[in-house]
Design a protein around this ligand. Structure first.
Ligand code: ADP
Ligand code: MG
Length: 408
């Protein structure tokens, strides 16, 4: 099993912690602090253990160079608010300026490093860059579940150079998601939505080995419907994915998985909040119209029937353009059905999580993951490089499997 915080000694030590502070910004401020909040248990634990807490994360896609709009300053400010304690910030993540700032830290102090993606070595998992990060600290903690599916310098490179363990959020995510991967109960229903099939193709293929039903909605469903020969009008489709979609439908049949596509959908004459819209059967989308919500009444009835029988449900991606009120119905109804289901419900993906929060149903779900790609890869049975890179420890005889208790 992987090393945890409790297997490590932090007293008077410099702890370099990879967190997932890749938060949405708006007008230079943090627009949603969910991910920062999720990292608090680990940060607070390390403060109490009298570590010097050095936090690093990527933010957005600066492309390996400094991008003034993607500095970590607003994140550090938000963190200070949430912790109720001062947080320092440096304008680099490696080098002498950072080393000096760390030398000035007292036990229990918190320092936020600059965006790791300002260096191309981060994504390239460059060894030299990882060494410069490792040089800053005595121990490494990975609490960035949302970045664990990427083998980058701050997630895997540095883990190999320092004693390395999993933070509370990382542990909690792995425990919760394991409910769907370790001998899951059946029926197991996976719901896939979101904009693009290309992002999720591989995961869908692997999930076909695990699930009994695959409900498909959103932009993804459009490409499947196109592959069935339907005319999709002006809907978002990926023409170059049609063949793959056909293969997946074939594979589902071979594996005895019921792949369910929308039966009726909400179409609009424009991609706009106040566009004219109506419900039509999925094979009768008029020319010039586009499907913006897979949740027509017939689709929802079918989806709900299957959800009510499920023992495990994983959901990744909204089934409509839920950001626009008129096209949020399918996603909202689906969220309600999951909330009422007698099943383990696992939600992954930023937009899906946002949709559930908007519907006020977050407390009715078993687990809402802070990771999109990472949760999808994990559910699909892939190893996560950020987890693999952490140290192994022998479990003690009386070790509690349920790490949720570690949070208390
Ligand atoms: P998640 O973050 O939950 O994994 P994705 O990022 O894959 O989800 O996709 C979310 C986006 O998909 C949403 O912003 C939503 O507007 C969009 N979407 C859903 N259905 C459609 C559709 N029919 N046409 C266009 N976009 C869609
Ligand atoms: Mg998304």
């Amino acid at each position: 099993m992987k090393k945890k915080l409790k297997d490590m000694d932090f007293k008077n030590k410099k702890a370099l912690v990879r967190v997932d502070f890749n938060v949405p910004l708006k007008n230079g401020e943090v627009a949603d602090d969910t991910r920062i909040e999720a990292a608090l248990p680990t940060i607070e634990y390390l403060i109490n253990e009298k570590a010097k807490v050095i936090l690093m994360s990527h933010l957005g896609r600066p492309g390996g160079k400094v991008d003034e709009s993607l500095r970590m300053d607003p994140v550090a400010e938000k963190l200070a608010d949430l912790l109720g304690k001062p947080v320092s910030k440096v304008d680099d993540c490696i080098g002498p300026e950072v080393e000096d700032a760390i030398a000035d830290m007292e036990d229990g102090d918190v320092l936020v490093l600059e965006n790791t993606r300002f260096y191309p070595g981060e994504k390239a998992n460059d060894e030299d860059f990882a060494k410069k990060l490792a040089k800053l600290a005595d121990a490494y903690v990975n609490d960035a579940f949302g970045a664990a599916h990427r083998a980058h310098a701050s997630t895997t490179g540095v883990a190999k150079l320092l004693p390395a363990g999993a933070g509370f959020l990382m542990q909690q995510e792995l425990n919760a998601l394991s409910k769907a991967t370790d001998n899951p109960e059946h029926p197991y229903v996976a719901i896939m939505g979101g904009a693009k099939i290309s992002d999720k193709m591989e995961a869908i293929r692997s999930l076909l080995n695990r699930v009994d039903y695959l409900l498909v909605g959103g932009g993804i469903a459009n490409t499947f419907l196109l592959a069935k020969g339907y005319d999709m009008g002006d809907s978002l489709v990926e023409e170059d994915m049609v063949e793959l979609a056909q293969d997946l439908m074939e594979e589902a049949k071979e594996k005895g998985v019921e792949l369910v596509l929308p039966i009726d959908v909400v179409v609009a004459d424009e991609f706009k909040e106040d566009a004219t819209h109506k419900v039509v059967d999925a094979d009768k989308i008029p020319a010039g119209w586009q499907s913006l919500d897979s949740g027509g009444p017939k689709t929802l009835k079918k989806f709900k029937e299957i959800i009510s029988k499920a023992r495990i449900i994983s959901w990744n991606g909204p089934i409509g353009v839920f950001e626009m009120k008129e096209f949020a119905k399918g996603t909202n109804e689906l969220a309600k059905a999951l909330a009422e289901a007698d099943a383990v419900t696992i939600i992954g993906g930023g937009e899906s999580a946002a949709a559930i929060k908007k519907a006020g149903l977050e407390d009715s779900m078993t687990h809402i993951s802070t990771g999109g790609g990472a949760s999808l890869d994990f559910l699909a049975g892939k190893n996560l490089p950020g987890v693999d890179a952490l140290d192994e420890v022998e479990p003690t005889d009386f070790e509690e499997i349920d790490d949720i208790e570690d949070l208390e």
